[in-house]
Design a binder for this molecule. Structure first.
Ligand SMILES: Cc1cc2nc3c(=O)[nH]c(=O)nc-3n(C[C@H](O)[C@H](O)[C@H](O)COP(=O)(O)OP(=O)(O)OC[C@H]3O[C@@H](n4cnc5c(N)ncnc54)[C@H](O)[C@@H]3O)c2cc1C
Length: 397
């Protein structure tokens, strides 16, 4: 199994590192975590003139956001009809609406931040007849509610250059973005508006304090009346009824393709495989046919089984995209008990946004903006099913 065990060069466009926090500082709002959620929240708060301090344990975009493939998907992998049957149509509508609005938010930010954003639309390709049936059932239901989805027969899918599928669907409201570039762009915007972003500054303790909270890092402390936990949902002191578990997602990148023919990003098997082009390479991620249980791990090691499965998927379904694999990597998703995100209050003065269960670009930066507004005492509607205080709605994985 060849290939470098990192994303390709340029995937994480780092410039100069930020220093760690030293000494004691005060802020109007503190953010723990410098991924897409934390950087976006720092941007939204700082542009309102709020004194923001962001504390990142390692490097900005060093977590899932620096490894993610950046498909902006409207809706969940299981398709609209299944979500509708499981939780009711109003809940499904809330999720799809949030995803669509989040895409608009990415597009607005991308006007000022070079981050490879494109409104490509996207494909869901059916790996078996049952998935095609779910798409057939979903299309009219979701179209009626204003979420377009155009069904594709197997020969239309072949015409796109994808083989061996039982049909599929095209969603015009999907897109793609280079997530690490978006994170770093947001971080710079926040700094231009006065936010202080510290790297190498893990928060090791959070205490209640007369002024709100006292956050301790190995070399410094921050006092702030409001805190946002933006750690991908991993933060044991939150003590929520919804659990957040680590889930590994593996990706491979090919060498530059001679004739990159893939009209838009897509996924199949309810999200168990996903793909897009990035600067002339194919990025292909997912399970590669392995059982989901094998990836319920905090390990970021790539495995032979999943990587071989992904290679096999490429050979079977997009055989014309022929090029050797040059890079392989894995990252950790925060997955909740019910597969829905945590967006909202988690105690007096304490907020959380994260655990997007593999679907971060469906939920944030809108999640960061909504929480930032609520931290400032403004109104921002967040569907009750995203409330961090909810009882889990069911079991996801
Ligand atoms: C391989 C892979 C592919 C993906 N592809 C897609 C995709 O195509 N589409 C999509 O929608 N989603 C995708 N995702 C998911 C998406 O990337 C994530 O949902 C999103 O980036 C999460 O952002 P975040 O800011 O909430 O978390 P993260 O980016 O994980 O950031 C959390 C940060 O918190 C920091 N931190 C943790 N603890 C502390 C502490 N105690 N003190 C200070 N800092 C701390 C971490 O170091 C980290 O930098 C993918 C993820 C992976 C791993």
């Amino acid at each position: 199994m060849g290939g470098t065990l990192t994303p390709p060069p340029g995937f994480l466009p780092r410039s100069k590192p930020n220093p760690p926090l030293r000494g004691h500082r005060g802020a109007d709002a503190a953010i723990i975590g410098g991924g897409l959620t934390g950087s976006a929240a720092a941007h939204f708060l700082a542009r309102e003139g709020i004194r923001v301090i962001l504390l990142e344990a390692h490097i900005l975009a060093g977590g899932a956001s620096g490894l993610g493939t950046g498909l902006i998907v409207t809706g969940l992998g299981e398709h609209f009809a299944a979500t509708s049957h499981r939780w009711g149509t109003p809940v499904a509508r809330d999720i799809w609406r949030w995803n669509r609005e989040n895409h608009r938010q990415v597009a607005r930010l991308a006007r000022d931040i070079p981050c490879g954003y494109r409104a490509t639309g996207g494909y869901r390709l059916a790996r078996d007849p049952a998935e095609m049936e779910a798409l057939r059932e979903s299309a009219p239901l979701q179209r009626r509610l204003g979420f377009p989805l155009r069904l594709l027969e197997p020969d239309e899918v072949e015409h796109l250059g994808a083989w061996g599928f039982h049909g599929g669907a095209h969603c015009p409201t999907d897109g793609q973005v280079d997530t690490p570039a978006l994170v770093l762009g947001l971080a710079r915007r926040a700094e231009e508006n006065g936010a202080l972003l510290f790297e190498g500054s893990p928060v090791v303790r959070i205490q209640r304090h007369p002024g709100g909270f006292l956050l301790s890092t190995p070399r410094g402390r921050v006092e702030a009346p409001r805190v946002l936990v933006a750690t991908n949902g991993f933060w044991p002191p939150l003590r929520l009824r919804v659990n957040v578990r680590p889930f590994r997602s593996q990706v491979l990148a090919t060498a530059l393709l001679r004739r990159p023919r893939l009209p838009a990003p897509g996924f199949s098997g309810g999200g168990s495989e996903y793909w897009r082009l990035w600067r002339g390479r194919l990025l292909l991620g997912g399970l590669g046919g392995a059982p989901a249980a094998s990836e319920a791990t905090p390990s970021r090691r790539v495995t032979r089984r999943v990587q071989r499965g992904l290679e096999e998927f490429r050979r079977t379904h997009v055989p014309h995209l022929r090029a050797g694999t040059t890079h392989r990597w894995a990252g950790t998703l925060g997955v909740t008990t019910d597969g829905l995100p945590l967006i909202g209050p988690a105690g007096r003065g304490l907020w959380v946004a994260g655990a997007y269960s593999g679907h971060g670009l469906g939920y944030t930066p809108l999640a960061a903006r909504a929480v930032a507004r609520r931290m400032l005492g403004e109104r921002a509607r967040v569907p009750p099913v995203f409330d961090p205080g909810r009882r889990p709605l069911g079991r996801y994985l």
